[in-house]
Design a protein around this ligand. Structure first.
Ligand code: CA
Length: 229
C-alpha cells in the first residue's frame, strides 16, 4: 500500500468526495480543502506528496493556490479544468501544474495520472546525477555526450533537432510541454506563431523513428513523453 499523502482542493463536494474515495481505495492518505485559502493552509499543514487542484475555487482560484504552494515547495500538481480551452489558457500562463485533466473525467484516468506523476517524481529523485550524460526513461536511453538514442536496445538515427526535442521532452517525462515552450527551448524562438507546425512535424518524425506510442499529444496544448516504466 502506498501511504503517501494527497491533498484535494475542490469546492464541488461530489467531485471532491468521489476523488477522495478513489484515491483512498488506491492506498493514499487523502485530505480535502474546499477553497483557495483552506487549500494553501492544508498544504502547509499536511505536507502532501501531490495536489489535485480545481481551477475555479472560492477565496482565490487554483492558479493562485498553485503559485503559492509551488513557491513554498515543489510538488506535483494535477490541475482539474472545466474545459479544454481553459487548459490551453492555463498552459499559456505557465502556472506550474504538471498535468491537466478536463472535467468530466473518469476516476480511473485520474488515478492513472496520479500514479504517473508520483512515479515520475520518484525517478527524478533517484536520477539526480547532474554529471550523468546518459538519460534513461523507461526503455529509452539518451546519451547526451555522444548524442545517440536507443529504444529497447535498438539505435535510432535522429537529426540534431530531433535529438534536442527528444532530450528536452525526456528531461521531464510525462510533463505536458506546450508547443511554444518547445519552440523556445529547442529552436530558440520567442514567438510561436505558425512555428508550432514545425514542432508538430518533428514530433511526427520522432514517432516514425522511435514508435508511435512514445509521445502523447495533449490536444490544443502540446506534447508529453510517455514511456513504459
Ligand atoms: Ca470549482
Amino acid at each position: 500500500m502506498d501511504e503517501r499523502r494527497i491533498l484535494i482542493v475542490e469546492d464541488e463536494r461530489t467531485i471532491a468526495d468521489s476523488v477522495a474515495d478513489r484515491l483512498r481505495a488506491e492506498g493514499f492518505t487523502v485530505r480535502t480543502a474546499a477553497d483557495g485559502p483552506a487549500g494553501v493552509a492544508a498544504f502547509e499543514r499536511e505536507r502532501p506528496d501531490l495536489v489535485v487542484l480545481d481551477v475555479m475555487l472560492p477565496g482565490f482560484d487554483g492558479l493562485e493556490v498553485c503559485r503559492r504552494i509551488q513557491a513554498e515547495r515543489p510538488v506535483p500538481v494535477l490541475m482539474l479544468t472545466a474545459r479544454d480551452d481553459e487548459t490551453d489558457l492555463l498552459v499559456g500562463l505557465a502556472v506550474g501544474a504538471d498535468d491537466y485533466l478536463t472535467k468530466p473525467f473518469s476516476l480511473r484516468e485520474l488515478a492513472a495520472r496520479v500514479h504517473a506523476l508520483l512515479r515520475r517524481q520518484d525517478r527524478a529523485a533517484a536520477a539526480e546525477r547532474p554529471d550523468e550524460p546518459v538519460l534513461r526513461v523507461g526503455d529509452l536511453e539518451i546519451d547526451r555526450a555522444e548524442r545517440r538514442v536507443r529504444r529497447d536496445g535498438a539505435e535510432a538515427h535522429l537529426t540534431p533537432t530531433e535529438f534536442d526535442l527528444l532530450a528536452h521532452l525526456a528531461a521531464r517525462p510525462r510533463r505536458v510541454h506546450p508547443r511554444d515552450e518547445l519552440l523556445a527551448a529547442v529552436w530558440g524562438w520567442s514567438d510561436g506563431g505558425s512555428g508550432t507546425r514545425t514542432v508538430d512535424s518533428h514530433v511526427k518524425a520522432l514517432r516514425r523513428k522511435l514508435g508511435p506510442d512514445l509521445i502523447r499529444t495533449v490536444h490544443g496544448v502540446g506534447y508529453a513523453l510517455d514511456v513504459r516504466p
